[in-house]
Design a protein around this ligand. Structure first.
Ligand code: TA6
Length: 307
């Protein structure tokens, strides 16, 4: 359980409120649903702290695999899984025994509080700490830590923010990333802007590094790239139409992933041609380790705006 006293003062968690005129928050032991009076909604599974739906104007904005497990037996394939404290697998001793993408997406988070005091935004805060971890995981990563994950729904925005607090005396290092599966009409007609001139590691080429030459990256097949130190926002377009803008704070890197060829080998990826209607554009801090001294706090976040 995340103790209130472990909460970073930077995050104000309100007294739980169930509803007001502008927004409702419904929560049970498995999920939290946020809704604005104007119809926008978000659903968050406490398992993994995973946002599994974001709807605006009656349309779903996130891809969720038809075969995604939502029962806590496996990380959710779709939505916004949370990557912490390691991106992918690493040989770094401190995290080498952890599962791919760490434990945040496979741990049960706790609802800390809800804020519904604005006509245009509604926020919930979830927490995860050492005490919430499976004992096997706790043995593998034994640091005293507190994570506060905030999800803020606006009329045309979805904001996700993470606070990482080192509750111990020894330092630890971590990666963090929002593994956002955006829904797109047709990925073969989708492009990502804002990456020109940026160095990226191409995981489809054994991690070789290149410099992005295109002002709009077209998704022309299997894509798995880590763009390092991206200074500005990225935009996602469908043909000539702008779909989304992603702004980041404290998250220097952007991962672009589409499993055009490999999705057929991913057991929980359905339908098999689902790769055509999704693109992961992932804000994170993954190309370097964030080192956090005992007692220190780190914060980072993204705002996804509909264009
Ligand atoms: O973020 C991109 C990535 O690291 C890819 O390399 C790809 O494997 C993807 O994540 C999915 O990972 P998962 O463990 O969810 O199957």
């Amino acid at each position: 359980m995340v103790e209130r006293s472990h909460k970073p003062s930077a995050i104000g968690v309100s007294v739980p409120t169930s509803s007001n005129e502008s927004a409702t928050v419904q929560a049970d032991s498995e999920r939290v649903t946020l809704k604005l009076a104007t119809g926008e909604s978000v659903v968050i599974l406490l398992y993994g702290g995973t946002v599994i739906s974001w709807q605006t104007a009656g349309q779903e904005r996130l891809f969720l695999s038809d075969a995604a497990k939502l029962d806590g037996t496996k990380a959710v394939r779709g939505g916004i899984p949370l990557v912490f404290p390691v991106f992918g697998k690493s040989e770094e001793k401190a995290v080498a025994s952890l599962p791919q993408h760490g434990f945040a997406r496979i741990s049960k988070w706790e609802l800390l509080g809800k804020t519904t005091d604005s006509s245009s935004h509604v926020q919930v805060d979830l927490g995860l700490s050492q005490q919430n971890l499976d004992p096997e995981i706790r043995q593998k990563w034994s640091h005293a830590f507190g994570l506060i994950y905030s999800v803020v729904l606006g009329r045309k925005t979805l904001e996700t923010k993470m606070v990482v607090r080192n509750e111990g005396t020894d330092s630890f290092a971590f990666h963090v990333l929002f593994h956002t599966y955006l829904k797109v009409p047709d990925v073969t007609n989708t492009s990502v802007g804002g990456l020109r001139g940026i160095t990226y590691a191409d995981k489809t080429q054994g991690g070789a590094t290149f410099e992005e030459s295109s002002s709009t990256l077209a998704i022309a097949g299997e894509t798995d790239r880590v763009y390092k130190s991206v200074p500005g926002p990225v935009t996602i377009q469908s043909g000539p139409d702008a779909l989304y803008r992603i702004e980041r704070s404290g998250l220097d890197d952007v991962v672009v992933w589409n499993p055009a060829e490999t999705s057929s080998q991913i057991g929980d990826f359905a339908p098999k041609d689902g790769w055509k209607s999704m693109l992961c554009v992932e804000a994170g801090s993954v190309s370097e380790w964030q080192k956090l001294e005992g007692g220190s706090v780190w914060e980072g976040g993204q705002v996804i705006s509909l264009l």
